[in-house]
Design a protein around this ligand. Structure first.
Ligand SMILES: *Cc1c(COP(=O)(O)O)cnc(C)c1O
Length: 326
């Protein structure tokens, strides 16, 4: 299993190649009882935190592996991060995706010089193509979450938050494959086990939630959601993140599409922040009383939200922001 030292090493490895992002106060979400701050992973070069894991993973490759090139299946931001990091390090990247991935994300990855391959209707189909390329072309697979170097890279967010705000007592983190939540939770709980880690996933396609409920990797139907970066399964077998989430996550909230939209609108209208659905979910637990009441334990006084990404289709985003509040 990954240790805190692996995450500390990743912090050194990615330094100067990845933004050390600001943790800014969110006055519209704070009140006399609580202070809320937002970790702006939206300010990363590719607009999402996934650059951390990708840069860390690529830096660990030996010269021969670098020559073989890297490949992944991605719903968007991981592919973008891997493409960007690979281009910087002069490594060839091939990105496999399903046809559910929005066009803006595909175009962005091609622009970064990566070879994009589209296969099938779901993450599993894209994953089958990765296996094929690993087998036939000896490419090195860098998966989106279930990989030690990726988890350690994402975990550096936890170290930065604690450096900037040692008093933090609650973290609200979007959850899909669990690289983000698993890495951060491992980092912060190794330093302060009392920090509460709450995951948030869309109801539509909550594979990790189903897997936790069943105690085993479980597939669910993949459905389009406003939090499209939280789509996709957890992999089977899952090697690392399922256990990490089982062990370190204190609570999990499942969000309706309306709740995700309200969270995105709140960040836009009240904080002037463009954040994609997956990055806005933490806000929902703070503005929706129904969600807050579902928590096993009340929220703490010093709450950090991870605004994990800002990659939206702008036409859809503008329409969404123009829709009236419910
Ligand atoms: C990938 C991603 C997540 C979720 O990360 P996991 O490691 O799969 O749980 C959250 N937000 C954004 C913007 C992402 O791209």
């Amino acid at each position: 299993m990954i240790q805190i030292n692996t995450i500390k090493a990743a912090q050194k490895t990615i330094k100067n190649k990845v933004m050390r992002t600001p943790l800014v106060p969110a006055f519209s979400l704070s009140n006399e009882q609580r202070e809320v701050r937002i970790k702006l992973e939206t300010t990363q070069a590719i607009g999402a935190f996934k650059l951390r894991g990708a840069v860390n993973a690529l830096q660990q490759l030996n010269p021969k592996q670098k020559q073989q090139g890297v490949v992944c299946a991605s719903t968007g931001n991981h592919g973008r991060a891997l493409a960007y990091a690979a281009q910087k390090l002069n490594i060839k990247a091939t990105i496999c995706m399903s046809s559910l991935v929005p066009q803006n994300k595909i175009a962005a990855i091609e622009k970064l010089g990566a070879d994009v391959r589209i296969q099938g209707q779901c993450q599993d189909d894209a994953q089958a193509l990765v296996a094929q390329l690993v087998e036939s072309k000896q490419m090195i697979e860098i998966p989106p979450f279930d990989h030690e170097d990726i988890i350690a890279g994402q975990g550096t967010i936890g170290l930065e938050i604690l450096e900037d705000w040692p008093e933090v007592d609650t973290l609200l983190i979007g959850l899909s494959g669990g690289g983000l939540l698993g890495g951060i939770a491992l980092a912060v709980k190794s330093i302060n086990p009392n920090i509460q880690v709450i995951g948030l996933s869309p109801k539509r396609g909550a594979a990790m939630a189903a897997s936790l409920a069943n105690g085993i990797e479980t597939e669910v139907e993949e459905l389009p959601t406003l939090a499209d970066s939280l789509g996709g399964g957890i992999g089977n077998p899952n090697r690392y993140t399922f256990k990490l989430v089982q062990r370190y996550m204190d609570d999990l909230l499942l969000l309706s599409e309306t709740q995700i939209k309200d969270a995105m609108q709140h960040l836009f209208f009240k904080e002037s922040l463009v954040v994609e659905g997956a990055g806005a979910v933490g806000v929902a637990a703070l503005i929706d009383q129904n969600l807050a009441q579902q928590l096993k334990q009340p929220l703490g006084k010093n709450i950090a939200i991870i605004a994990s990404g800002r990659n939206v289709d702008m036409d859809k985003y503008l329409t969404l922001m123009g829709e009236s509040k419910n």
